[in-house]
Design a protein around this ligand. Structure first.
Ligand code: MRU
Length: 367
């Protein structure tokens, strides 16, 4: 996608002896800064402190982290230690474990002398695959938006999205935003309501920035506004991303997604989840009971970050010093509240049967 008219991806290498370049997402929308990662430790830090974030991008970044580890020391012991270090960064998005398992399956059988080059090549393949998955989700979701647009005869299709499941959360296109970009590029009138997404404000900071860069009309709304807008017929469709979708179609995503799904159900608004297959965990069946929910630090709730009039990025305190804060970062929307899953293989019911039929190769049969 584009930044000031220039095409970018969220992660890239120029040559396998140089750094892995990322966009520092903690500085956006105020500053567009690139960071070069040169070691697995730096990569783990970048994931943990959310310079990169979003389930698909976390996975691809971890893959490059293993490549950096193999460049430094291609031994079995280092491969295991580096995988563990990366796996410990964030617990909820399954893409992290998926990417590490994919990389390890590729690297373990290889002689050590070949592992570094092979790891960079495989990480680059995972990045390309991610772009292709998101583009396919974009095509399926575009058709959905087109159908709604046809009924609205020229007035904009109003889409609500939560957090940032945009191109910044993936390698390119985004998951929830891919249908929006494709529909917009095809000339359909679109308007997006962007949930600010406290506490880290990925909607207000990242999704709004992306949409601005692409000239897509949008309004940032506070997290509590969605239900009201739905009651007044101002939302045609909700599309969100996912950090982990279960084999039964429960959707774990950024905290607050569940409340949007409840409001959508109550108001008859279609609630779709853009779910690339690496975000589906076929080993988990009950999202509420089984998915580990990341608890992040209190400071994300107690403080808020923004830019001063002279452009400095600063944090200010919101809450009394005497108040503690709790910060669960994700929640689970039960499958019954999900209208459909937009996957790379089409739009599916959020059900075990539909997921198993679409992804038979991912089903490991129990004896
Ligand atoms: O904590 P984050 O910013 O990594 O959370 C991101 C989300 O919850 C996204 O909606 C999800 O990863 C899907 S991204 C395509």
């Amino acid at each position: 996608m584009h930044v000031d008219g220039k095409p970018y991806r969220t992660i890239w290498t120029v040559d396998p002896s140089g750094p892995v370049t990322i966009i520092d997402q903690t500085r956006l929308p105020h500053e567009f800064a690139l960071v070069g990662l040169t070691s697995v430790a730096e990569t783990a830090k970048a994931i943990k402190h959310m310079l990169v974030r979003g389930a698909p991008l976390i996975g691809v970044t971890a893959a490059y982290g293993l490549a950096l580890a193999m460049r430094a020391d291609p031994s079995d012991a280092h491969l295991s230690a580096a995988s563990e270090m990366l796996l410990a960064t964030r617990p909820t998005a399954v893409n992290l474990a998926w990417a590490l398992a994919t990389m390890r399956a590729h690297l373990v059988p290889l002689p050590q002398a070949k592992r570094s080059d092979a790891a960079f090549a495989r990480a680059a393949e995972l990045a390309e695959e991610d772009v292709a998955l998101c583009a396919a989700i974009g095509d399926h979701g575009h058709a959905l938006i087109r159908d709604i647009a046809t009924k609205k005869t020229g007035t904009p299709v109003n889409i609500l999205t939560h957090c940032n499941a945009g191109w910044l959360a993936t390698v390119d296109w985004g998951t929830a935003t891919a249908p929006i970009y494709k529909a917009h590029n095809a000339g359909l009138p679109i308007h997006v309501f962007v949930d600010e997404t406290r506490p880290r404000n990925q909607g207000a900071s990242l999704t709004a920035w992306e949409l601005s860069q692409h000239g897509i009309p949008h309004h940032v709304i506070v997290d509590n506004a969605g239900g009201h807008l739905m009651q007044h017929g101002e939302i045609d469709l909700v599309i969100v991303g996912t950090d982990r979708t279960t084999a039964t179609g429960d959707v774990c995503n950024k905290i607050g997604t569940y409340l949007k799904a409840l409001a959508a159900k109550d108001n008859g608004v279609p609630f779709f989840v853009a779910a690339p297959s690496p975000s589906i965990d076929f080993a988990v069946f009950d999202g509420v009971k089984e998915i580990p929910i990341e608890e992040r630090g209190e400071d994300e709730v107690s403080f808020i970050q923004g830019a001063t009039a002279d452009g400095r990025i600063e944090r200010v305190r919101l809450t009394p010093q005497t108040s503690s804060a709790a910060n669960p970062a994700f929640d689970v929307t039960p499958a019954r509240l999900v209208t459909g899953l937009i996957t790379e293989r089409g739009i599916l019911a959020a059900s075990e049967a539909a997921l198993a039929a679409a992804f038979p190769e991912r089903i490991t049969h129990k004896e």
